[in-house]
Design a protein. Structure first.
Length: 185
């Protein structure tokens, strides 16, 4: 942490309701990355404490600061930090309608210990040409998995071993949606 920037802040709902357990991450978007899974990279992540506070140490750079909590609209903003400086970024989240996206995952038979990673991305409100990761989940077995997400359109990026499946423009609606991810040959 020596010489890194210090980033602190609070996350709340309304004027005074501090939110604990909220995911706060700093991400980099690289549109020119050749591999889809490397286009969005999480540099640092944490969760807010009982008082809604978070603390991070960051190397200098420009990032997407992303705040995600079930039941609330995802919030994000760009941030540029320098060595040995302190930054404060507070967020006030707004309640939103949640939807369920059912992931129908099909993995090859006979696999053991290998995990499929499913990433849900959206463009941030400040730049439709970028993407941020809203949620990442891991699954070790074939099955149907419900995922709670704010209603909206997502890009789903799934990886399993060396295979990558990208499904664009998946619409998550309040009544439910599904997406098929099939890694079988």
């Amino acid at each position: 942490t020596v010489d890194n920037a210090t980033l602190t802040g609070t996350v709340k709902y309304g004027s005074s309701h501090m939110l604990s357990g909220v995911a706060v991450s700093v991400q980099i978007y690289n549109a020119s990355a050749a591999i889809e899974t490397e286009k969005v990279t999480t540099v640092v992540s944490t969760i807010t404490d009982a008082n809604g506070d978070y603390l991070m140490f960051l190397p200098p750079g420009t990032y997407n600061l992303v705040v995600v909590a079930d039941g609330y609209a995802t919030s994000s903003r760009p941030i540029t930090v320098e060595y040995d400086k302190e930054y404060t970024e507070n967020f006030t989240l707004t309640a939103t309608t949640m939807g369920i996206l059912t992931v129908a995952l099909n993995l090859p038979a006979g696999t053991s210990g290998d995990v499929a990673t499913i990433e849900f991305r959206q463009p941030p409100s400040y730049d439709a040409t970028r993407q941020i990761t809203v949620k990442i989940l891991n699954y070790a077995e074939t099955g149907y998995y419900p995922v709670d997400l704010p209603v909206g359109t997502y890009t789903v990026v799934a990886t399993y071993l060396d295979a990558i499946i990208t499904v664009n423009d998946v619409e998550v609606v309040e009544t439910g949606t599904s997406v098929d991810i099939d890694f079988t040959p």
